[in-house]
Design a protein around this ligand. Structure first.
Ligand code: EPU
Length: 429
């Protein structure tokens, strides 16, 4: 029953600091399984998906010491289990990364099929193709579990049929301790892939080419402990850029890597938003009406699909017709229904949404349909006339740290409330 209550109409102004990257953290924590000693991970975002990753590590037998809200020390040496059960795996997509790391360390893993945001079909065939190419045997089991086992992983060449972040991560995790060389072609190039490679190399792995579409991995016998700080979250930064622009605000977004934001910056500038880049910050100012613009999502370095719902709020308010095309996921427009309730004029046909800009949105009771869409609803609430109530906010808290605190510090009127279960007064729900 937890909700965000957002009163709209104000401009966001001031400074906000960006947390560590969710999608790097959820790859690096499983990678710790491969280490032969204690790892200290810094700049971890304090979000539900990180808690789930730590719960899985703990359940496998790792010893975890929380140093503070954003730093943990993990001793993977006591890990003795190789099974991730359904109740943990279903909470997030990245639970599948434990297949790669358990396989790399023990030659066996049993993991329930992963959960995560619902964007239509989310296969893991490319992950499994990679494990098979490395010499593992994949067997479906009862209750949605899969078992992946091998006597010895042996490096190989793997061409991915889809540019997949998850398959690239999982194959890297399995290959770092395989015998010989692995080459991943048509690999994903996202910043979190590079961050994972840097972490693996800090532990003594030999991974080259991360950030390009060919990654070469030479297997090593042992990995050591490491101290590692996670990169800033590209998508959280982009989200605050979109929120600043949507509200006609003036916000300095600190602790970012501006290079990672280039595709977002380019689109905002096309819409008439000013973006100033500094070494590790960007300032976003909007003083003019939003200009219409076409946006197409692509794998990195294209415009990120994980920024698609947030940019949609700007397109809803732009001065004319804009076309938003999703090329990564089959069904990532489920939030449009909610946006229409707030007065947005949007038509969706398959993977294309056409926005006819309106001069304002109006508050309505709405739902977070998934993580990024939920955050887009907060941005919609910030620009809408009236008070918007957003439910199903557990989606948002999977991936964004201190939402209420960060927006409030920018002058937003946002509250997180917990309503008692009977607050609906017996209505059918
Ligand atoms: N695909 C396949 N076969 C596979 C794997 C993927 O056909 O075996 C297809 C998918 O159906 C999709 C495309 O390849 O059409 C890309 O999927 P990818 O594997 O790259 O997605 P993912 O690893 O499941 C990660 C992020 C998502 C983000 C996508 C795309 C994590 C934990 N998740 O998902 O992030 O949307 O890459 O960039 O890194 C989010 O953070 O909100 C989020 C959903």
């Amino acid at each position: 029953m937890d909700r965000y209550i957002v009163s709209g109409g104000g401009r966001l102004t001031g400074e906000v600091g960006i947390s560590g990257a969710k999608n790097a953290a959820v790859a690096i924590l499983p990678a710790v399984v491969l280490s032969g000693d204690i790892c200290r991970i810094e700049n971890l975002p304090n979000i539900a998906d990180v808690s789930t990753s730590l719960d899985i590590l703990s359940m496998l037998g790792a010893q975890i010491r929380r140093i503070n809200q954003n730093t943990v020390e993990i001793d993977p040496r006591p890990i003795c289990s190789t099974m991730v059960p359904h109740d943990l795996a279903r909470r997030m997509r990245a639970s599948s990364y434990f297949i790669g790391s358990l396989l790399g360390r023990f030659g066996t893993a049993r993991v329930s099929m992963p959960g995560g945001c619902n964007f239509g079909v989310r296969p893991i065939d490319q992950h499994l193709k990679g494990f098979t190419a490395l010499g593992a045997c994949v067997s479906p089991m009862e209750q949605g579990m899969i078992e992946v086992t091998t006597d010895r992983l042996v490096g190989n060449s793997i061409y991915l049929d889809a540019v997949s972040v998850g398959a690239t991560v999982n194959i890297m995790l399995a290959a770092v301790k395989a015998r010989g060389a692995t080459v991943i072609e048509n690999a994903a190039k996202e910043p979190h892939i590079v961050d994972l490679a840097n972490f693996l190399n800090t532990m003594g792995a030999d991974v080259r080419g991360a950030g390009t579409d060919v990654i070469k991995i030479r297997g090593v016998e042992q990995l050591t402990g490491a101290v590692y700080s996670i990169i800033p979250d590209q998508i959280e930064a982009g989200t605050f850029m979109a929120a600043a622009a949507a509200t006609g605000g003036d916000v300095l977004i600190r602790n970012v890597i501006p290079k990672h934001l280039e595709s977002i910056t380019a689109k905002l500038m096309e819409m008439g938003v000013e973006v100033e880049e500094y070494d590790d910050a960007v300032r976003v100012v909007r003083a003019e009406p939003i200009r219409h613009c076409n946006v197409k999502t692509m794998p990195h370095p294209g415009f990120p699909t994980d920024m698609q719902p947030q940019i949609a709020i700007l397109l809803s308010l732009a001065d004319g017709t804009s076309i938003l095309t999703e090329t990564v996921w089959d069904n990532r427009f489920r939030y449009v229904e909610e946006l229409r309730r707030m007065g947005a004029q949007v038509q969706v046909d398959g993977k294309v949404a056409v926005f006819q800009g309106v001069s304002r949105l109006t508050a309505a009771p709405i739902k977070a349909t998934d993580l990024r869409a939920g955050m887009a609803m907060i941005i919609a609430g910030l620009v809408a006339r009236g008070t918007t109530e957003i439910e199903d906010i557990f989606h948002i808290e999977r991936g964004y740290e201190d939402v209420e605190k960060k927006f409030s510090a920018l002058g937003a009127n946002i509250r997180r409330v917990t309503l008692p279960d009977n607050a609906l007064g017996g209505q059918a729900v």
